[in-house]
Design a protein. Structure first.
Length: 141
C-alpha cells in the first residue's frame, strides 16, 4: 500500500510540475545539446526529455518501446551532463561538475543497458540519474 501511495504522489507531482515548467525553445537532438549556452534552457530540455523514464524503474518488466526510449534519453542525458560539467559548469563549484559528470556517466550506462535489453542495468541507471538530479538541485538550485 505505501508503494502505491508513493507512486500516486510522484505522478501528481509530475503533473503539477509539467504545468509549471516551460518547455525548451526547440526540439533539440542529442547532437545539438552541445550548442546550448543557457543553463535554464538546458534544464528545460532535460526535464522535457526525461518525463517518460520516471517510473520505469518500478515496472516489473520493460518492453521494446521502453528500451528505445531509454536509449534515446540515455544519449541525451550523457550530452546534458557533459555540457553541464565541461561547458556550463566551468565557473561553478567543483561539486556541480562532479554531479554533472556523474549524470553523463549514468546516461551512458542507461543507454548501453537499454541497447542490450538489460532491464536491471537500465533500472539501476534510472535510479542513479534521479539521485544525481536530486543531489544537484538540493545543492545548487
Amino acid at each position: 500500500m505505501p508503494k502505491i501511495v508513493a507512486l500516486v504522489a510522484c505522478a501528481l507531482c509530475a503533473v503539477c510540475l509539467a504545468a509549471c515548467v516551460p518547455g525548451p525553445k526547440m526540439n533539440y537532438t542529442a547532437a545539438q545539446v552541445k550548442d546550448i549556452d543557457d543553463i535554464h534552457e538546458l534544464m528545460r530540455y532535460a526535464y522535457a526529455e526525461t518525463k517518460g523514464i520516471w517510473g520505469l524503474e518500478g515496472q516489473e518488466a520493460l518492453a521494446e518501446p521502453d528500451y528505445a526510449l531509454l536509449v534515446k534519453v540515455g544519449e541525451e542525458l550523457e550530452a546534458v551532463g557533459t555540457v553541464l560539467g565541461d561547458k556550463l559548469g566551468a565557473e561553478r563549484a567543483e561539486g556541480f561538475r562532479v554531479i554533472s559528470r556523474a549524470l553523463a556517466a549514468e546516461g551512458g550506462k542507461m543507454r548501453d543497458a537499454a541497447k542490450g535489453q538489460d532491464a536491471a542495468g537500465a533500472k539501476a541507471a534510472i535510479k542513479a540519474i534521479g539521485e544525481s538530479c536530486d543531489a544537484c538541485h538540493k545543492q545548487f538550485k
